[in-house]
Design a protein around this ligand. Structure first.
Ligand code: SF4
Ligand code: SF4
Ligand code: FES
Length: 945
């Protein structure tokens, strides 16, 4: 298996609908207008030699290897840059063409080491294949490989090398960086034979602006840019298409395997979410799956102060089941619960919630979406009728203006960011609503039309001010609203947003954003044509998170920006399967398909299928579970793949709650922070070790396919099945496809989903049922799912988290490209070379008044706690705002976040914490206690978190 086995058609597909018929070597073919001759030939299985062309880059026409003859035309045009025309007759083979191509290749080989194209060359490369096809093994020129010889290799990047010796300066890497990734980190320096590839200003790859997405490596037709894993690895023996387990973009990847080890991840060119692209995490950061810290044996202990004891699966599962039964017998049915994982598959999340509802007999199930996008679920359901984003990612290519609210896609959703950048460079306008100057505010060839740099916690005031402008300046799409939305809710909303206190002038005092900027941004969004809103956790993780989601839906409805391509309301989901875990019933109040547990018809359906009598009351949410634990009424929890002790707010409160429980069962890849409080540790399995599906932010269900056997013997779904059986509730699934069949049977929006269909189509976007057998890329086309769209009045209510003399700064949090969430996976990869600690960003003004300089240790104190980080002084944050990431447990960012949460969903207010920052010399008291706890718990062969 090899990337060269992919049939590279040489140039991208044309999207034209009109077709052209031509003849290639006597074979008639019909292709879309605008197709290159090279691509048309590839489609009839005629491979024209090429070097500078590849089908994910625009034709460049520099190498001249792809020359062809066209009847009636003089000369030998390049087939990659020459477009087909009606009746054209093309010849791809002739003696003259072979002579010309050999001449071109001879020149290339004069600057390429012969050993790299020899039959026994260590790597299969495109240049070697082309030379062999032309019957050449070396150059006839004397200077073979000499011009770039002696230039040292750049080994700085942990994942790939750059060997200028092998470079033929075809510029594919430079174009991949520009066109696929959109970073523009590479250039060709110099001229003629002296030209060479340079990263940024001639820096090493590691020090340059390169974001290590690997697009250049994939594009390279030689071994000049090459994955380090391939240099020593024997050829791959299998290639399996699967789905990235990091962010909610859900890129399709091909895992190449040699002798049971993954040697390379190649983005799937046919992947619907990513179309052949990936980021540094998905392409390179898979090494955690076989990291030495992986838990390979179940473990138990009576008390959290005892040492762990390695036991068999049977002993661990029996012990866990007996403990849950004991606790329920002693403290009552509702004293236990479970957490599904948004990193596990749909099938695994479904089984955990089924175990809780059917085997525990209560509805105490929740998921980490509680702490990220639960306001999206509620806000969009109330306004539009469905708890999910409305578009496919591709839709952005038809947007005229994009409003990005509280999201930082270049760090959090990198492959979508690349697509967005393509659209922005093609002319779409950008409005950024963010307290920080994220990269997209100004990046090569992109400048946001407006950066509404609001104070953290004031989204609702700002979004309502945008609505005020749209309504009072007559920019609403009245006909759309009249046809598609509830008249009464519209009138109430118009009256509310029109009030003077909602004007940009009045709200400027709250948001800090000049009124003129708000007015201009509102006009742009409402009038530019297709307006699309993309938003992230900067919207949801607030005490008014749900209100802000409703504001966004209101804006889109009022301007008619829903129900077609290029528009919509698009939550950028954080974790790979946060959409899916919510879809399949992970919330305490909803069964699969977002149907309320109090609905007797839905309950009867599940009662019948599961052979139980479900409770009609919602169970406990995560924060309620912690409260109940501290009250003494909640004593046992089964947590699949979530590190609540690190990811949930107010760490000390969470720790106290876990410490009050009698049976904490953690199922995870590593001994994480939550495992510090666990009594049973069940080894988890990575995405490479199981079958299943993930659902990305576009509602796209994609297959996860097993690439290697589970390191500890069982996949996560098998563990839940075994635990349920031990609890006395039988589960008899032989394969995750049977679980999906059950979900489909019981869930109207999934009725048409099967593994066979996903395999056949590549992926499907739900709803997928009788009405939409192949899925639904765009929602709400003719009518909203709830019928008529409903406007909600969104009065701004300030969070009770206020700055004061004691806590004068506002802390907000976010992500960084190289790390992922709590970092358990990425910290165990070479990605730490880019980011090996969480830093506190502070504005120069605030730093100066505190005597803080770049690199100082600073203490951050809030009402909840204190932690210590190193400072980075930057104008990315405005005065009075500080910012950090939360990827490293020892930073304890959540020690300072508070328990304030969204009024509707309890999503924590991570994005607004009033803090003081001072220069300090030593770790905080919490950090010292945490270090001692970790040191005490270190066990043979395992590293805590
Ligand atoms: S590094 Fe590879 S892709 Fe880039 S110019 Fe050299 S040969 Fe071409
Ligand atoms: S963008 Fe997200 S899904 Fe795609 S490769 Fe990167 S982390 Fe994985
Ligand atoms: S492949 Fe056509 S000119 Fe290089």
């Amino acid at each position: 298996m090899h990337a060269l086995d992919h049939v590279d058609a040489g140039t991208p597909a044309s999207l034209a609908t009109r077709t052209v018929t031509l003849e290639i070597d006597g074979v008639a073919t019909t292709v879309p207008e605008g197709t290159s001759i090279m691509r048309a030939a590839a489609l009839v299985e005629t491979r024209i030699p090429k070097l500078c062309a590849t089908d994910n880059l625009k034709a460049f026409g520099s190498c001249r290897l792809c020359l062809v003859e066209i009847e009636g035309r003089k000369g030998y045009p390049a087939s990659c840059t020459t477009l087909v025309s009606e009746g054209m007759k093309v010849h791809t083979q002739s003696q003259r063409l072979t002579e010309l191509r050999r001449g071109v290749m001879d020149l290339y080989l004069s600057d390429h080491p012969a050993a790299l194209i020899a039959a026994d060359a260590p790597a299969r490369t495109e240049i070697r294949e082309m030379a062999q096809a032309l019957g050449m093994s070396k150059s006839s020129y004397a200077s073979e490989g000499a011009r770039h010889a002696g230039v040292p290799k750049d080994e700085s990047n942990p994942y790939f090398t750059f060997d200028p010796n092998a470079c033929i300066v075809c510029s594919r890497c430079v174009r991949a960086c520009d066109e696929v990734q959109g970073t523009l980190a590479l250039t060709i320096e110099g001229r003629g034979f002296g030209s060479r590839v340079a990263a940024s200003q001639g820096e090493s790859f590691l020090d340059s602006e390169c974001v290590s997405c690997g697009a250049c490596v994939e594009a390279c037709p030689t071994t000049a840019l090459q994955e380090k894993t391939l240099i020593a690895a024997p050829p791959a023996t299998s290639a399996t298409t699967t789905t990235c387990a990091y962010c909610g973009v859900g890129c399709s990847l091909v895992a190449e395997v040699s002798h049971g080890e993954v040697t390379r991840m190649v983005p799937n060119r046919d992947g619907h979410a990513n179309q052949g692209h990936a980021c540094v995490k998905g392409r390179f950061a898979y090494g955690y799956a076989t990291h030495k810290d992986r838990i390979r044996q179940p473990m138990i202990r009576a008390k959290i102060t005892d040492p762990w004891q390695e036991v068999s699966w049977d002993t661990a599962l029996t012990h866990a089941a007996n403990e849950f039964k004991r606790i329920q017998a002693k403290y009552g049915r509702d004293s236990v619960g479970g957490i599904t994982s948004s990193r596990c598959t749909n099938e695994e999340a479904y089984l955990v919630q089924k175990l809780v509802r059917a085997a525990f007999g209560n509805n105490n199930v929740d998921t980490c979406a509680r702490v990220c996008h639960s306001p999206t679920g509620y806000g969009l359901k109330q306004t539009l009728g469905e708890s999910a984003g409305t578009q496919a990612f591709n839709s952005v290519m038809k947007a005229d203006v994009v409003m990005l609210v509280g999201a930082n896609p270049t760090e959090g959703h990198p492959v979508f960011a690349s697509q967005l950048k393509r659209r922005l460079r093609a002319g779409a306008k950008l409005i950024v609503v963010d307290p920080r100057a994220i990269a997209l505010v100004r990046t090569p060839h992109i400048e946001a039309a407006h950066h509404l740099q609001l104070l953290p916690g004031t989204n609702v005031a700002l979004l309502t001010a945008l609505a005020h402008v749209i309504v009072t300046e007559g920019l609403a799409k009245d006909s759309y609203v009249a046809e598609r939305c509830e008249a009464e809710s519209w009138q109430r909303w118009v009256a509310a947003v029109s009030r003077p206190e909602n004007s940009p002038e009045a709200s400027a005092a709250i948001t800090g954003v000049p009124a003129a900027e708000v007015r201009a941004a509102a006009r742009l969004y409402a009038t530019a044509g297709n307006g699309a809103i993309y938003y992230g956790l900067g919207v949801t993780e607030h005490s008014q998170g749900t209100t802000a989601v409703m504001c966004i839906a209101n804006l889109a409805m009022a301007t008619g920006n829903l129900g077609r391509e290029g528009v919509g309301v698009n939550p950028l989901r954080g974790q790979n399967n946060v959409q899916g875990s919510c879809d399949v019933g992970s919330f305490p109040h909803e069964l699969a398909g977002y149907r309320h547990i109090s609905d007797p018809v839905t309950r009867a359906l599940f009662d019948g299928a599961w052979g139980v009598k479900l409770l009609d009351e919602p169970g406990l949410r995560i924060p309620n579970m912690f409260e109940a634990a501290l009250d003494g009424s909640f004593k046992g929890i089964y947590i699949q793949g979530e590190d609540m002790a690190q990811s949930d707010p107010n760490t000390q409160h969470v720790a106290a709650a876990f410490s009050a429980m009698e049976c904490v069962v953690v199922q995870d890849l590593f001994l994480n922070e939550t495992a510090l409080y666990a009594h049973v540790l069940l080894p988890g399995s990575s995405f490479l070790e199981k079958d299943g599906t993930f659902t990305n932010a576009e509602r796209r269900i994609s297959r996860v396919r097993k690439v290697m056997e589970p390191l500890a013997g069982l996949a996560d779904w098998e563990v839940t099945v075994a635990l349920s059986n031990k609890l006395g509730y039988p589960m008899n699934y032989k394969h995750p496809s049977e679980v999906m069949d059950e979900i489909a049977r019981l869930t109207p929006t999934f009725h048409g989903v099967t593994y066979e269909k996903i395999d056949r189509l590549g992926s499907v976007q739900w709803p997928c049922n009788e009405a939409a057998p192949e899925g639904t890329p765009t929602m709400h086309i003719d009518r909203f799912v709830r019928g008529k769209g409903r406007f909600f009045v969104t009065d701004y209510v300030a969070t009770s988290e206020r700055v004061s003399a004691r806590f004068p700064l506002l802390l907000t949090t976010g992500r960084i490209l190289s790390q992922y969430n709590v970092g358990a996976q990425t910290r165990r990869t070479h990605n730490v070379v880019w980011h090996d600690e969480d830093l506190l960003e502070i504005n120069p003004h605030d730093a100066e008044t505190r005597g803080i300089v770049h690199g100082d240790w600073v203490g951050i104190t809030s009402r909840a706690g204190e932690t210590v980080l190193r400072a980075t002084v930057t104008e990315r944050v405005p005065p009075s705002v500080v910012y950090t990431t939360f990827h490293f447990p020892e930073s304890g960012a959540n020690v300072v976040t508070t328990e304030l949460s969204d009024w509707a969903t309890n999503c924590p207010e991570y994005k607004v914490t009033a803090v003081q920052v001072v220069k300090v010399a030593k770790p905080s008291a919490w950090q010292q206690r945490h270090r001692e706890l970790v040191a005490r718990q270190k066990i043979k062969g395992h590293v805590v978190s």
